[in-house]
Write a protein that binds this ligand. Structure first.
Ligand code: ADP
Length: 437
């Protein structure tokens, strides 16, 4: 038998015994009065605790247990234990829920949850940005009232979600590209995942442009070569004509060889780890090399001057530094008409090492300057070709400098000349170790 029943029976028996005792001594009237008083007190006591119990059930107070004698004390104690356990469980579920929300918020992808009527139940901050939503304001709104792009509406209504949808012209500036996919779950609910693939698309289109450019660059000399071959096979040529054609064919072949060599250099630069920051370059050897190549290319057609700090050098890959600085000097000569001036300067500026080439050549229009380091970008196609350019030289320079944490600065005025400056940071700058002769 339950303890509450035992206690109730004992109370009734005690009251009966008490009333019987009082009745025996003071008469039946006194016993009845006592019984009424005890029952009234009991009723009052029960009503008070019942009300307290309702209050507790309506708004449980986890910290304190109301004190009461007997059965009520027991009820309060057990109720308190129950409420505490329930409270701990609720807190655990709340914590799990908040961790789950934090994890989805941290996702780099947009996540939106739709109910069975395609109304927004919840979405993370990235989805807000992707679709221009407001998680609070747009709650319970039908998603197609907010994301109105016809392709999205069609995709959502199609119920075919095996493939993802590509949405262009998204974002605040309508310049972003999103890949969107719907995943049905639960009872007719949907999860909408979105990813910003603008950068991916950009690299993909750059890759396509690059392949098209390479093909075009190689196709031109190849076409010329095939033309010469055909002429040589079909026309009776004199010995001198034959020699001239062979020279021209040699030129085209060498142009293709240069393009392929530069492409391989670029691929190597992109694929390799940064050059070590502790290997000191033999700068005097590099500058000697540059000087020899410059005078070979110029053939005394230009006045080339040098202002060199012999004790200054950099740390990095010697062949790369030679290729970058050499490219700048060769460009200055190639794009400066005969009789023009080229000045090469290598000096310290504060903690940086600075290499600059100034020429009195053709100069570059301001609009072209930001694009000079793009692959195959040329200000003047025919001139670049005439001077044996591949259009890859400054792209190589840019990569080499990036790998050495250096900056390229271009100043130019059309018709008056250009100045290309390379600034190596303090961490890449070193003093030459003088070796005894
Ligand atoms: P290219 O092989 O055509 O010279 P680069 O990448 O070295 O290719 O240079 C890109 C373009 O920048 C050149 O086609 C040329 O028009 C321009 N350029 C580079 N250096 C100079 C310079 N010193 N003076 C004028 N134009 C230059």
């Amino acid at each position: 038998m339950n303890i509450i029943w035992v206690r109730s029976i004992v109370s009734v028996v005690l009251l009966a015994v008490l009333c019987a005792g009082v009745g025996a001594f003071f008469g039946i009237k006194a016993a009845l009065i006592l019984a009424v008083i005890v029952l009234l007190a009991q009723g009052f006591f029960s009503t008070f605790h019942k009300q307290q119990l309702w209050r507790l059930l309506d708004a449980p107070v986890y910290g304190e247990v109301p004190s009461a004698p007997g059965v009520w004390g027991e009820i309060y104690y057990r109720l308190h234990k129950l409420a505490k356990r329930w409270h701990a469980q609720v807190r655990q579920v709340e914590q799990q829920h908040s961790r789950f929300i934090q994890a989805i918020q941290a996702s780099p992808n947009g996540v939106a949850m739709l109910d069975d009527h395609d109304q927004i139940e919840w979405c993370n901050a990235i989805a807000e940005v992707h679709f221009g939503l407001d998680a609070k304001r747009d709650l319970r709104q039908h998603i197609t009232h907010l994301v109105r792009q016809p392709e999205f509406v069609r995709y959502l209504n199609s119920q075919q979600y095996d493939e993802m949808l590509i949405m262009r012209g998204m974002g605040e500036k309508r310049q972003n590209v999103l890949s969107v996919q719907v995943f049905p779950y639960g009872e007719n609910r949907k999860l909408v995942l979105s990813q910003d693939i603008t950068e991916l698309e950009r690299t993909d289109s750059m890759r396509r442009d690059f392949v098209a450019n390479v093909s075009h660059e190689l196709k031109t000399p190849l076409t010329v070569l095939s033309g010469f071959l055909e002429t040589m096979r079909e026309l009776p040529l004199s010995e001198s004509e034959r020699a001239r054609y062979l020279d021209m064919m040699e030129q085209q072949a060498s142009r293709m060889r240069h393009i392929v060599t530069d492409l391989l250099v670029l691929a190597k630069l992109e694929g390799e780890a940064k050059p070590p920051g502790d290997r000191v370059v033999d700068m005097s050897a590099v500058l000697r090399h540059v000087r020899d190549d410059a005078s070979t290319l110029s053939e005394d057609r230009h006045r080339i001057t040098y202002d060199i700090d012999e004790g200054l050098t950099v740390k990095g890959a010697e062949t790369e530094i030679l290729s970058a600085l050499g490219n700048l000097v060769m460009n200055a000569i190639r794009y400066t008409p005969d009789g023009g001036k080229v000045h090469v300067n290598w000096h310290r500026e504060g903690n940086s090492a600075v290499f600059s080439v100034t020429d009195s050549g053709l100069g570059i229009p301001a609009a072209d300057i930001p694009r000079l380091t793009e692959r195959f970008y040329r200000v003047d196609r025919s001139r670049s070709r005439d001077t044996g350019g591949t259009g890859l030289g400054l792209a190589i320079v840019k990569h080499v400098l990036q790998r050495h944490d250096a900056q390229l600065e271009v100043k130019s005025e059309e018709g008056r000349g250009s100045k290309f400056t390379v600034r190596f940071p303090a961490a890449r700058t070193a003093r030459c170790q003088t070796t005894a002769a």
